[in-house]
Write a protein that binds this ligand. Sequence first.
Ligand SMILES: *Cc1c(COP(=O)(O)O)cnc(C)c1O
Length: 355
Amino acid sequence: MEISVTLNTNPKAKPQDETALGFGKIFTDHMFLMNYNPQQGWHDARIVPFGDISLSPASTVLHYGAEIFEGMKAYRRKDGEIQFFRPQENFRRMNNSADRMCLPKLDEEFCLKALKKLVNIDKDWVPHTQGASLYIRPFLFGNDPFLGVHTVSNCIFCIILSPSGAYYKEGINPVKIMIETQDVRAVRGGTGYAKCGGNYAASMRAGEKAEQKGYAQVLWLDGVERKYVEEVGSMNVMFKISGTVVTPKLTGSVLPGITRMSCIALLKSWGVPVEERLISVEELAKAVKDGTLEEAWGTGTAAVVSPMGELNVDGVSYVVNGGKIGALTQKLYDELTGIQWGVKPDTFGWIEPLN
Ligand SMILES: *Cc1c(COP(=O)(O)O)cnc(C)c1O
């Protein structure tokens, strides 16, 4: 499929201060769009000036939440070249999410081609400042203009780009986590493993409650027994207990993170034992009390690795590693960011160059 290009004749000024970018607040000059209907399949692939999308007030996405998305980054190396980290995995996961939500599948190779074409056009927007990157948000939604509840026929796929600042501007500080014992994020058989907007809509209330109490993120428990930890906000979680890294197994209610998968590969290559299994809050509390919980951290594209310094459950606080980042957490962060920014060798073949 050809990708038509309409260049923006009124480009915006690039941000002057790349240390003040924040996350997802400003967007580049262009976006990628294409449409789907059962007759034509995916069609009308185009790169156009970034701007509003017009929708029918009856559009499926507005009423029934038929939406999935992805999140990844483009990194500028010291030599000025631009690269991606495992972008094929993002498009593969997007197709798994599409399958769960009855949305049409994408041609993964074509998506990568479209992404590269878009980033090439907006390549001057990829930040030059250390730790800052171009955040990439592909998303797909149902856009039928009627209210009947039915699998969707008309869809829109879009990619937008947002230069975003370093996640840690003043060094990595461990975050305080609230274990949520009332609301649940996902259940087996539900949509937990799909990256869909609806999962986030349902998680806002617990997030707000945690924030009001001074906690940065919510650690979710399984939706049936509310006994086993699942994940944190938009991150998977890992715990180092007596030298072994344990992480919740992918039971269908946990999002299969690409950072999670990469951390597991790195840890195994370093000879660190990794267990993917159920982990109860009770086990964690016991490990804190007997001193065997050595480190705890979250993994995700935005923060890469985020140490957890305190876990609070029903008003009881458990401090991990004296509230400081642990050695293995730091090593994972250094290795992954090193590979992503092209400072460390890409021994796993995870890097995809822009050109
Ligand atoms: C995106 C996401 C993650 C992290 O996935 P990465 O591929 O590592 O960025 C974890 N949990 C949820 C709920 C997510 O949406």
